[in-house]
Ligand binder design. Structure first.
Ligand SMILES: [Zn+2]
Length: 353
C-alpha cells in the first residue's frame, strides 16, 4: 500500500520516463483514472480510488501553491520536481467536475542552451544582439507570440553573458524552464505573493548586473524595470506584442514616461521561429548535404536599436502607412524565403494580418 506522497512521486516519475507532456487525473465510474499524454495520445496508466485521487490532488495543490480548501473554483499553480538529478517544471490546473475535482499537470520540456549564432538564421543579427548584451545598463525587450522562441533566446544570451562577460545574473521566471547553476533563479508565485514586481524589488537588493524579468505584463513591473535600468542594471524581459514598435506603445500604456523610455531602452527585438527546408535538395536531404546537418528550425529577428530606435521614439509611428527605416520581420522572413531556407507558407503563417 502506497501513501499519497509515494503515489504522486511515482506518477511524475513515470511521466518523465515516458516523455509525457501531460498527466490527467479524471473521475470515471466511481474511481479516478490517471492518464498520460505521450506524442499527443492519451493512455491510461493507473486507477486510483476516489479517496486516493482526492488526496493526491490535494497534495499537488498544496505543493504548487494552490488553496487546498477551495474545491469549487478552477485554480492554477506551478512547481518544480527533481527526477534523476534533473529538475522538471510543472504547470498544474484544477477544475471542479460533477463528482470530484480533476487535475491536469503539464510537464514543461527542458530547454537546452544553444548559442545564438545557431538559433538565428542570419548570423548578422546574432552578432548585433550579442553586441547589445555588452551594455552595462538599460532595457532590452524581446517581443513575440508564445512559441516564437523568446525564452530560448534569453537563456542563450544569459549563458553568454555569464560565460564570456562574467556578469552577475538573477532571473525571475514563471515557470523556471531550464535550471542553471550559473544564475540565481527565482520562481514567480503570484499566490504566495511573489509577483514579478515583488521579485524584482528583492532582486535589486542582491546587487546583480543583469536581471531577466520573465515578462512585463503590468504597469508596476514596467515601472520598476525602467527604474532598475536607470540605476545601472541591464534588464532583459519579454512582452507579448506583434512587433518591436508595439513594445514601445505598450510601455507607454503602462504609464512609463516617454523620456524614461528614451533614457533606458537600448533595443527591442521581435522574433519568429521558422520551419526550415533545405535550400539545396528537393524533398529529403541527401546525406552528403551540408545544409542537412543544420537545425530544422531557426529564429528570425526584427531588431530595433540605435539610430532607428531614437528616430522612432522621436517621431512615433504615423498610422498604417508609416515608413519603417529598419528591417521588419516581414523583410527577414521574405529574405529567408527568397534564399530558399523557408517555404512561402511560413511567410503567410507569420505575416498574414
Ligand atoms: Zn539538403
Amino acid at each position: 500500500m502506497y501513501n499519497t506522497e509515494q503515489i504522486a512521486e511515482e506518477l511524475l516519475k513515470r511521466a518523465v520516463e515516458l516523455g509525457a507532456s501531460d498527466i490527467h487525473i479524471f473521475p470515471k465510474n466511481g474511481k479516478s483514472l490517471v492518464q498520460l499524454r505521450v506524442d499527443n495520445k492519451l493512455f491510461p496508466i493507473k486507477w486510483l480510488t476516489r479517496e486516493q485521487a482526492e488526496r493526491v490532488i490535494s497534495h499537488f495543490k498544496f505543493l504548487s501553491g494552490m488553496d487546498i480548501g477551495e474545491k469549487r473554483r478552477p485554480q492554477n499553480g506551478s512547481m518544480n520536481f527533481m527526477v534523476r538529478e534533473q529538475i522538471v517544471g510543472l504547470r498544474l490546473s484544477s477544475l471542479p467536475a460533477a463528482e470530484t475535482e480533476t487535475l491536469v499537470i503539464r510537464l514543461i520540456p527542458r530547454k537546452s542552451i544553444v548559442p545564438i549564432e545557431r538559433l538565428a538564421l542570419f548570423p548578422e543579427t546574432a552578432r548585433k544582439i550579442l553586441a547589445l548584451m555588452k551594455h552595462s545598463h538599460g532595457l532590452f525587450i524581446f517581443s513575440g507570440p508564445t512559441g516564437s522562441g523568446k525564452t530560448t533566446t534569453l537563456y542563450s544570451l544569459l549563458h553568454y553573458a555569464k560565460t564570456f562577460i562574467h556578469r552577475n545574473i538573477i532571473t525571475l521566471e514563471d515557470p523556471i524552464e531550464n535550471v542553471s547553476e550559473d544564475v540565481l533563479q527565482v520562481q514567480i508565485n503570484e499566490k504566495a505573493g511573489i509577483s514579478y514586481s515583488v521579485g524584482l524589488k528583492a532582486a535589486l537588493r542582491h546587487d546583480p548586473d543583469i536581471i531577466m524579468v520573465g515578462e512585463i505584463r503590468d504597469a508596476e513591473t514596467a515601472k520598476i524595470a525602467v527604474r532598475a535600468a536607470l540605476t545601472g542594471h541591464l534588464i532583459l524581459s519579454t512582452m507579448h506584442t506583434r512587433n518591436a514598435a508595439g513594445a514601445i506603445s505598450r510601455l507607454l500604456e503602462f504609464g512609463v514616461a516617454h523620456s524614461e523610455i528614451q533614457q533606458t531602452l537600448i533595443a527591442v527585438s521581435a522574433q519568429r521561429l521558422l520551419e526550415l527546408k533545405c535550400p539545396v535538395c528537393e524533398g529529403e536531404c541527401s546525406p552528403y548535404c551540408h545544409y542537412g546537418k543544420r537545425n530544422k528550425r531557426a529564429s528570425v529577428y526584427e531588431l530595433l536599436h540605435g539610430k532607428e530606435l531614437s528616430r522612432l521614439l522621436d517621431e512615433g509611428v504615423k498610422g498604417e502607412e508609416h515608413e519603417y527605416t529598419y528591417r521588419l520581420l516581414e523583410d527577414e522572413i521574405n529574405k529567408a524565403v527568397a534564399l530558399g531556407f523557408a517555404r512561402e507558407e511560413e511567410y503567410d503563417r507569420w505575416v498574414y494580418k
